[in-house]
Design a protein around this ligand. Structure first.
Ligand code: BT5
Length: 325
C-alpha cells in the first residue's frame, strides 16, 4: 500500500502541476483506475491537495504542510508572537530548548518541533508527541511576580479552547491545564518560569495539541482518554492556518492579561471550563483534596468545598472528576 501511494505521489510531483490521468497512473502501477481513485482519496484525507477532473486527471496542488517558519509567518496577524521561530523536525522537548535560549531571546519567540522524543507533562510525566501534532513553546517576558506565572496556563487554555471552538467543536477546559473535546484530552499545557526575587525573567508556555493524528498514534493506555482534532472533525486540519489563528488569539488574550484586571480572563475561562460545579479529587505531591469545585481565585487556584463544608484552595495538582458521586 505504502509503496503504491508513494509512487502516485512521485508521479504527480513529477508532472509539476499538470494533470495525470487515472488511466495513465493505473497502467504505470499495474492497478485499476478505481484503485487509483481510492489511493487519491486516502492521500486527500492525509492532507494532499489533489484536484481531479474526470476528463483531464489528477493535479497535485500542495503537499501536507509542515510548520515551516516561512509558511507560518506568511499572513500571520500578530505583532509580538512568532516574529522569530526556531523550527526543528525533531527535538527532545520544545520547552527544554526554549529554556536554554530564553534569556537571550526576545519576548514572543517560538520553538516548534514536528515531533518530540522527550515531550514533557507536569511532574515528570510523559507527553506523547508524534508527527501531525503541534508541539510548541512560547517565550514570554511579562515582568510579573512568579505567583502570577500560573495565570498564563489559564490564558493559554482559553486561547486554545477558543480556536478549537472556531473549528466547530465543543472544546472545554479542565482545570488546570487540559483542553478536552467530548471529555477527551486534545491539548495539554506546561508553563515553566524562571524568576528572581520579585519578577519572572521569563515564562515558557508549552502547548501540545493533538491535531492530525489518528488514535493509533497514541499508545494504548492513554488512547481512551485522548482524542485529536482530526478524529473529532473527521477531516484533516490545516495546521499552519490553525497555528496562525492560535497565535493571534493567544496574543489578544496576552494583551488582556497585561492590561486588564485578571477577572476578565478568569470569567471567560470559567465559562468554558467543565470543572466548576463538579465533584473532584485533586492530588498534589503532598496531599489529596476531595470535594466539589466551587470556584477559582484570581490566581487560578481551584476552590474546593469539602464534605465538612470547609473550603480549600489548590494552585496546582492532578484533577480527576468523580462521576460516581
Ligand atoms: C500536560 O501535562 O498536559 C502538559 C503537556 C504539555 C506538552 C507540551 S508539547 C510542547 C511543550 N514541550 C514539552 O515537552 N511539553 C510541552 P499533564 O497534565 O501532566 O498531563 C500528562 C498526561 O497526559 C500523561 O501522563 C498522559 O496521561 C496524558 N498524555 C500524554 N500525552 C498525551 C497526548 N498526546 N494526548 C492526550 N493525553 C496525553
Amino acid at each position: 500500500m505504502g509503496d503504491k501511494r508513494s509512487q502516485i505521489i512521485k508521479a504527480l510531483k513529477e508532472a509539476k502541476g499538470s494533470p495525470v490521468s487515472g488511466e495513465e497512473l493505473g497502467s504505470r502501477l499495474g492497478i485499476s483506475r478505481t484503485m487509483i481513485w481510492k489511493y487519491i482519496k486516502s492521500l486527500q484525507a492525509d492532507g494532499y491537495e489533489i484536484d481531479s477532473s474526470p476528463k483531464r486527471g489528477y493535479i497535485l496542488k500542495s503537499v501536507p504542510q509542515l510548520l515551516y517558519p516561512e509558511e507560518i509567518q506568511m499572513g500571520l496577524k500578530t505583532t509580538l508572537l512568532g516574529k522569530k521561530i526556531h523550527y526543528f523536525e525533531e527535538l527532545s522537548s520544545t520547552n527544554s530548548t526554549a529554556k536554554e535560549i530564553a534569556l537571550s531571546e526576545e519576548e514572543g519567540a517560538l520553538v516548534i518541533a514536528e515531533m518530540q522524543k522527550g515531550g514533557r507533562g507536569r511532574l515528570g510525566r510523559e507527553w506523547v508527541s508524534p508527527q501531525g501534532g503541534i508541539w510548541m513553546s512560547i517565550i514570554l517576558k511579562p515582568g510579573v511576580p512568579l505567583t502570577h506565572a500560573s495565570r498564563l496556563t489559564l490564558v493559554a487554555g482559553l486561547a486554545v479552547a477558543n480556536v478549537i471552538r472556531d473549528l466547530g467543536l465543543d472544546a472545554r477546559i479542565k482545570w488546570p491545564n487540559d483542553v478536552r473535546v467530548m471529555g477527551r484530552k486534545v491539548c495539554g499545557i506546561l508553563t515553566e518560569a524562571k524568576a528572581e526575587v520579585d519578577r519572572v525573567d521569563y515564562v515558557i508556555v508549552g502547548i501540545g495539541i493533538n491535531v492530525n493524528m489518528d488514535l493509533k498514534d497514541i499508545p494504548e493506555p492513554l488512547r481512551e482518554g485522548s482524542t485529536t482534532l482530526k478524529v473529532e472533525l473527521g477531516r484533516h486540519v490545516r495546521r499552519v492556518r490553525f497555528l496562525q489563528d492560535l497565535l493571534f488569539e493567544f496574543e489578544q488574550q496576552y494583551i488582556n492579561f497585561k492590561t486588564q484586571p485578571f477577572s476578565q480572563i478568569l470569567n471567560d475561562w470559567m465559562a468554558l471550563s467543565d470543572t466548576i460545579g463538579r465533584e473532584v479529587k485533586v492530588t498534589t505531591p503532598s496531599r489529596i483534596i476531595e470535594g466539589k469545585a466551587v470556584g477559582m481565585t484570581s490566581d487560578g487556584a481551584l476552590v474546593i468545598k469539602k464534605s465538612d463544608n470547609t473550603k480549600e484552595e489548590v494552585i496546582a495538582g492532578r484533577c480527576v472528576y468523580e462521576y460516581s458521586k
